[in-house]
Design a protein around this ligand. Structure first.
Ligand SMILES: [Zn+2]
Length: 468
């Protein structure tokens, strides 16, 4: 019984439905013992085309019970699976234990690194969700192998937090909240009685702030020049959730949470508007991220190592840099030479600089089974709603002005497009393995045309805003 559950330590909360699985020959009676209770397992239907005596899968859906009193965390041991077949009973113990974290257990995780990622499921394969910051504390509602689930429902890596229990539950109270309007960034400051975790999310209309385990003391008072028409507080589970609704014709261009000694600050960026005249981008900082580099060549084309994607990206980035500088912008780059830069280093550079825009520059590879001479064109990727207007602008302008084939505008959770403090996008200039497209990609004049077109899009983006 190789696949019995759980294969790694598993703790869940009351009310969750957990499927225990086992395999046994068709016609067996199978039970699972969880703690002191024995439950019958049900066979799932055998696949009709199966000719060999392949074992059936047996399952039992366990609803995690709630207990009052102590202890609040209960270890039920390793589940035992017993198969009765042809008059013989055979018992197998799961390799790991199962347990219950009762509601409101004083069981906590404290972030022990500057910035950590959270995940929607206990795996990294679907990419990260929100960031949490050093010193933030949240209650633990589940453990699955090397992942821990927090009260927000998000999972974190065990190695990114310190897990501990306390005598009494922590109950953070939001004692003061304040809206401070600034020139570039507005600040929503929250004083909280004990450190807690928080995440923020923006959908184009509403900015939501979810503060873990916290009770709000009073609604925050908004100034006349607030970015928001309204603000509301609701309780979601044990958390306080603020919903801020943007004023009509208002937009924001970044947001992030900062943990402070007193509590936390949600910083929200007001729309950045281009200057009129010859230098429309004066006062703006734009970060360019030439993809790959060093030991990572990226996509490889007809010339192989002589002119791989990493070199095309860097050449294009330099041309875009000069165009943007001529328009008055300050341009930062995640690399200026052919060297290794990790994805995390690129995102961290953006997080530290908080530029007014982040553009990652790439060119595509393609699969082995496609006709390489037939695949060409321009595509743009973004993750955050915040970046959608910029992604749209650059995509539509480039397809239009340069008559590039449309390879689509895509929402994708790419590492470098995760920044919420600035519109962050990634474009794929063309397909490196296609010989015709490759000629275009390595042609300095064509790179300059693309750079000029993107720079014009950047100016338009900063000029044409739906602001009154
Ligand atoms: Zn690439």
């Amino acid at each position: 019984m190789a696949s019995v559950f759980p294969q790694a330590l598993e703790y869940r909360s009351p009310g969750e439905k957990i499927t225990f699985t086992s395999q046994a020959p068709k016609g067996s009676i199978v039970t699972v013992k969880i703690g002191d209770e024995v439950y019958n397992m049900q066979p799932t239907k055998i696949v009709p085309t199966e000719k060999v005596a392949y074992p059936d899968k047996y399952t039992f859906v366990y609803t995690v019970p709630n207990y009052d009193g102590v202890p609040r965390i209960i270890d039920l041991g390793a589940p035992e699976y017993t198969t009765y077949y042809n008059g013989v009973a055979k018992t197998t113990k799961a390799p790991a234990t199962f347990g219950i974290i009762m509601n409101n257990s004083p069981f906590y995780a404290e972030v022990i690194k500057d910035v950590i990622n959270t995940y929607q499921t206990p795996t990294t394969v679907n990419g990260a969700a929100y960031e949490l910051y050093g010193g933030m504390i949240d209650s633990i509602t589940a453990v699955a192998g090397s992942y821990i689930r927090l009260s927000s429902g998000l999972w974190v890596n065990k190695s990114d937090v310190k897990a501990y229990t306390t005598e009494m539950p922590l109950s953070p109270i939001i004692t003061k909240s304040e809206y401070i309007a600034g020139e570039k960034w507005d600040e929503l400051r929250f004083e909280i009685s004990s450190p807690t975790a928080a995440i923020a999310d923006y959908n184009g209309t509403n900015l939501k702030l979810n503060i873990s385990n916290a009770s709000p003391d009073a609604m925050l008072v908004q100034p006349d020049n607030s970015l928001f028409a309204s603000a509301a507080i609701t309780r979601t589970g044990s958390n306080a959730e603020y919903t801020f609704t943007l004023k009509e014709n208002q937009t924001i261009e970044g947001y992030y949470i900062e943990k402070t000694d007193q509590g936390l600050v949600l910083r929200i960026k007001r729309a950045v508007i281009a200057q009129s005249g010859e230098f429309p981008l004066v006062g703006m900082t734009i970060m360019l991220d030439p993809g790959h580099g060093g030991s990572d060549p990226g996509a490889v084309g007809p010339l192989g190592a002589k002119y791989p994607e990493k070199a095309i990206n860097l050449d294009t980035a330099f041309k875009l840099k000069s165009e943007l500088e001529e328009l008055g912008a300050t341009v930062l780059m995640t690399r200026t030479v052919d060297k290794d830069v990790t994805l995390d280093e690129r995102l961290t550079a953006s997080r530290n600089a908080r530029p007014d825009m982040f553009i990652s520059i790439h060119a595509n590879s393609m699969g082995d089974n496609v006709d390489i001479s037939k695949v060409d064109g321009f595509s743009v990727f973004y993750k955050e709603k915040l970046a959608e207007p910029l992604a749209n602008r650059i995509f539509n302008d480039t397809i239009g002005s340069l008559s590039r084939n449309n390879k689509g505008l895509h929402v994708r959770n790419l590492y470098v497009t995760r920044g919420t403090w600035t519109p962050s996008i990634l474009f794929e200039s063309g397909f490196v393995p296609n010989p015709n497209e490759f000629e275009w990609l390595i042609d300095g004049n064509e790179q300059a045309k693309l750079a000029k077109s993107v720079a014009e899009s950047v100016v338009k983006y900063f000029t044409l805003k739906p602001i009154e």
